[in-house]
Design a protein around this ligand. Sequence first.
Ligand SMILES: Nc1ncnc2c1ncn2[C@@H]1O[C@H](COP(=O)(O)OP(=O)(O)OP(=O)(O)O)[C@@H](O)[C@H]1O
Ligand SMILES: [Mg+2]
Length: 268
Amino acid sequence: MTGLTPKMPLLDVRSLRVAYGGVVAVADVDVSVAEGEVFGLIGPNGAGKTSMIDALTGYQAPSGGSVNFDGRDITNMRAHRRARLGLARTFQSVELFDDLTVDENLLVASERAGVMLALRDLFLPARAPDRTNVDWAIDVCDLGGVVDRYPSEISHGQRKLVGVGRALAQKPRLVLMDEPAAGLDTDESLALGQRLRSLPDEHGVTVFLVDHDMSLVLAVCDRLMVLDFGHAIAQGSPAEIREDPRVLEAYLGSHGTPVATTAAGSGS
Ligand SMILES: Nc1ncnc2c1ncn2[C@@H]1O[C@H](COP(=O)(O)OP(=O)(O)OP(=O)(O)O)[C@@H](O)[C@H]1O
Ligand SMILES: [Mg+2]
């Protein structure tokens, strides 16, 4: 090998379209994410960010286009099979099991369904669960102090982190996060940003971060895309996005003042 062959993107999306009846939420969007990057997707309320994550992770069938993951066409693959390939996600509204502790919430998320595991459970019902990925996720999300607490006993910020931890406990190759910082205060958001930043280099996990907190995404991402009414109006580095006139007009308001922040319409 010469080493000159361009690296295949980990996620390669072509002309992705998501429509709900007559409402086109994602309009023929192309995007590719390289292994080892933190990629950001921003856009105002209703821009199509969650619809895009849903289509990429198999929670919503696309009406057009293709999704490739690690060179494999996963456009019509069921969500659980994508998860098994190493695609994990978080949800915009925190979905935790209220009657399980934080530790148990992570443990159930880490157990990948599969024939071999099912057989092992059948023949070795008393086997100890494999805690490797759970302990790693607890460490990355700094949840060590609350592992024995129930979701109702911890702060909103910590619950959001448990949501992130549940996705990480699957030890994914790519994690897609739907507004993980919504409702966090500035310090919590900063701390989360630093954790996300460390995921590719220190832990080999590529990140696809959705948020409408412009400052977080600009600070944390290598590259980002801006969606507006389902259309990708800009893609580039944080510096390029900051200067893009279409972004300034559509997203920052005519005077360059941010109009959408973490507080708005987070749904969580
Ligand atoms: N299940 C659905 N049925 C019909 N329309 C939907 C559905 N889900 C989303 N939409 C519409 O699709 C568009 C995109 O919504 P989506 O939730 O993907 O945006 P978003 O960028 O995630 O917004 P937010 O920042 O508020 O989370 C909106 O017009 C929304 O009303
Ligand atoms: Mg959304």
